[in-house]
Design a binder for this molecule. Sequence first.
Ligand SMILES: Cc1cc2nc3c(=O)[nH]c(=O)nc-3n(C[C@H](O)[C@H](O)[C@H](O)COP(=O)(O)O)c2cc1C
Length: 164
Amino acid sequence: MEIRDFCSKPFDLFNRGWALVTAGNEESFNTMTVSWGSMGTLWNKPIITVYVKPIRYTSEFLKREEFFTVSTYGNECKKALALLGDKSGRDCDKVSESGLTPLFLENGVTFEEAQCTFVCKKIYAAPFIAELVPEFAHEKYYTDEEEHIVFIGEVTEIIGGEKK
Ligand SMILES: Cc1cc2nc3c(=O)[nH]c(=O)nc-3n(C[C@H](O)[C@H](O)[C@H](O)COP(=O)(O)O)c2cc1C
């Protein structure tokens, strides 16, 4: 699909639908569920931003790799996404446990079951600055754990499309 033709409800895509963020290659990759994310335009490029805590194993792959994917799924995969958002790839082979089938792309990794995959070229990565995070967010999310890292990716390819 042409990137400019993509049409979705961005407020639902992450928070209601959940998504997987995946980084790595055929030799080693990791994936995790996200419900925070944004889509839009930056520096005149179509972009997706994801917010990943540094404690996540996936953040190591996101830091290392030039590309990552963001993929969306139907309700039939909700259990798999719940598992991938609960267990860590550091401790187990959670991808096998989830039953999803990895699909290796020229730039990145997604899953055959995905409805839609956004291939993203990382163009910016930096953690939130603790002092600048609003108080409500600080109290709610960062009393025990470090601030999220913001990963911004230029969408270079969209595979599949949102089911209406
Ligand atoms: C519905 C859902 C949404 C989540 N959204 C995020 C998110 O946006 N950012 C984040 O850092 N963690 C998020 N998580 C937590 C990670 O997915 C979870 O810690 C995961 O086990 C990390 O796996 P990893 O250690 O293999 O990277 C979410 C979990 C669930 C179940």
